[in-house]
Write a protein that binds this ligand. Structure first.
Ligand SMILES: *Cc1c(COP(=O)(O)O)cnc(C)c1O
Length: 435
C-alpha cells in the first residue's frame, strides 16, 4: 500500500500522533463529538484536487462531478458552488442533484437501462443531456419527448474499439452494456439527427476507471478526438459537446503512484493544441466527469478497536465498523484478490510499527476484513483505526443494512469546523420501510 504516513503528510497533518483535518481539527475532537465508526471528509483536500484537475486540463474544459462516487448533499453542493455540473446515472441521483441546487440543465444523465419512468422524470423537469447507451434508448427518449412536447438533448456514449485501452478496469473495447459500439456509431448518429424531437449534442467516451497511467488517458482523449472528427465530417457540424468521461485514478495499493499530472498536462496540451483552430471543433465544449479523483483522497473512514485477540498465533484487531460501511476496503468491490487500503492508527501515527495484525469488522462473515497482515504500532482497545483514500465509493457503495448495524455518519471539516453532513442511522431506520 502507499505509506499511510506519506498520504497523511500530503493531504492532512499530524499533531502529537493525532490525525488533523483542515490543519487544526484533531481526530480525537471529532470522535468525541460524533462517535465511531464514521466517515470524515476534508474540504481543503476537495479544493486542492479540484484545482489540480483544473490546472491539468487544457483550458475550456467543463467539469461535471460524478454523483455516484459520493452522493452526499454537502459534497454535491461543494462542487455545484464551484460551478461544476453533475453527472448522474439514476433518477435518485437526479433528485439529489436538484436538491443540492444544481440547475437541471447542468445535469448529464448516463448509464445503461434508463427506465421510462426515469426518462419521463428528467425530461419533464429538464435535463442538460441524456447519454444514449443503446439503440432502444433512442426510440424510447424520442417517444417520451414527443408526448411531453419537449426537445431532448442527447449525446451518444461510444464503446470504442480496443486500441486506446490499457486502464486498470476496462469498460470499453469489448462487448459491454455501456454505450454504442464504435462500429455502429454513424448509423445511430444518423437516427438521432433525423429525429425531430432529438437534438444531437455530442459524444461521450468513458472506458475505464482508476487509471493511474497518464499515457492511457492521453491516448483515450486522442482517440475521442479522432472519433469526433469522423462524425463531424459526416454530419457537417461541429459537436456541441465532447465528454471524455471520468476515470482519473488515485493510489490505493502496493507501489501505486499518483497520476503524473505534469506529464498528463503536457500530453493533453499537445493533443488539444492540434484542434485549437480546427473548424471541426469550433464551439465544441470539452467536458470531463470525474468522481474518484475529486473526492477519494479527501475521505477517511474511522473505526474504534473493540477487541484485541490472538488466534493460533495470529493477532486480530476487531473494530466497530467494517465491510457493511466500506465494502471497497474489504476487497469485495472492484478487486479480484484482496489488497489492503492504506490503514493506520490515527491516534498513534508517530509511533513505531510493532506488530503484524488483521483488522476485522464485527460482521459474522470471513469477508469482513478491513486489512490483512499489516504492520501497525502496538494497539489497544479504544485506539482508532483509520482507512485512508475512502472518500469515493465508500459508504455509498456498501451494503449498509447487512447485519443491521446503524449506518455511519459523515462529517465535513471546513473552515476549522467539523460539521455533521449526514447523521448516524438509528435503529428505527432499520424497520422504517417494513410493512
Ligand atoms: C462512474 C462514472 C464516472 C466516474 O468515474 P470515476 O472513475 O470515479 O472518475 C463518470 N462517468 C460515468 C458515466 C460513470 O458511470
Amino acid at each position: 500500500m502507499p505509506e499511510s504516513r506519506d498520504l497523511i503528510a500530503r493531504h492532512f497533518h499530524m499533531d502529537s500522533g493525532l490525525l488533523m483535518f483542515g490543519g487544526q481539527t484533531s481526530i480525537e475532537t471529532i470522535v468525541a463529538t460524533y462517535g465511531t465508526p464514521l466517515f470524515i471528509y476534508d474540504a481543503a483536500v476537495l479544493n486542492r484536487k479540484y484545482e489540480l484537475l483544473q490546472q491539468t486540463l487544457p483550458q475550456n474544459f467543463a467539469i461535471s462531478y460524478s454523483v455516484k462516487a459520493n452522493p452526499s448533499q454537502a459534497i454535491l453542493k461543494h462542487f455545484v458552488q464551484k460551478g461544476c455540473g453533475l453527472e448522474i446515472a439514476s433518477s435518485g441521483e437526479f433528485l439529489q442533484a436538484l436538491q443540492a441546487g444544481c440547475a437541471s440543465n447542468a445535469i448529464l444523465f448516463a448509464g445503461p437501462g434508463k427506465t421510462k419512468a426515469e426518462l419521463e422524470l428528467v425530461l419533464a423537469k429538464g435535463i442538460g443531456e441524456i447519454h444514449i447507451e443503446s439503440v432502444l434508448e433512442v426510440a424510447r427518449i424520442a417517444a417520451i419527448s414527443q408526448r411531453l412536447g419537449v426537445m431532448a438533448n442527447v449525446a451518444i456514449r461510444v464503446n470504442p474499439t480496443g486500441e486506446a485501452l490499457g486502464g486498470a478496469m476496462r469498460m470499453g473495447g469489448q462487448s459491454t452494456p455501456f454505450g454504442i459500439d464504435e462500429e455502429e456509431l454513424e448509423s445511430v448518429v444518423a437516427q438521432v439527427c433525423s429525429n425531430p424531437v432529438l437534438k444531437f449534442s455530442g459524444l461521450h467516451l468513458f472506458s475505464g476507471t482508476q487509471i493511474l497511467d497518464y499515457s492511457v488517458l492521453v491516448s483515450q482523449y486522442r482517440k475521442g478526438l479522432d472519433i469526433a472528427r469522423r462524425i463531424v465530417k459526416k454530419t457537417g457540424q461541429p459537436l456541441r459537446t465532447l465528454d471524455f468521461g471520468g476515470g482519473w485514478g488515485i493510489p490505493y495499493f502496493g507501489k501505486e503512484m499518483e497520476l503524473d499530472t505534469k506529464k498528463l498536462k503536457s500530453g493533453l496540451e499537445e493533443v488539444f493544441s492540434e484542434v485549437q483552430n480546427d473548424p471541426d471543433f469550433s464551439g465544441t465544449q470539452f467536458m470531463v466527469e470525474p468522481g474518484r479523483y475529486l473526492v477519494g483522497e479527501a475521505g477517511v473512514y474511522v473505526t474504534q478497536i473493540t477487541d484485541v485477540k490472538v488466534s493460533r498465533g495470529k493477532k486480530f484487531l476487531i473494530v466497530d465498523g467494517g465491510m457493511h460501511h466500506h465494502l471497497a476496503a474489504s476487497g469485495n468491490f472492484g478487486q479480484v484478490i484482496k489488497k489492503n487500503f492504506p490503514v493506520c492508527l490515527v491516534n498513534k501515527i508517530d509511533q513505531p510499527m510493532k506488530e503484524t495484525v488483521d483488522v476485522v469488522g464485527p460482521l459474522c462473515t470471513p469477508l469482513d476484513v478491513l486489512a490483512r497482515g499489516i504492520q501497525l504500532p502496538e494497539a489497544i482497545v479504544g485506539d482508532l483505526v483509520g482507512v485512508l483514500q475512502s472518500g469515493a465509493y465508500g459508504r455509498t457503495a456498501s451494503p449498509l443494512h447487512f447485519l443491521s448495524h446503524c449506518s455511519p455518519p459523515e462529517v465535513l471539516v471546513e473552515g476549522g469546523e467539523a460539521k455533521l453532513i449526514r447523521r448516524r442511522g438509528t435503529y428505527e431506520d432499520l424497520t422504517r420501510d417494513c410493512v
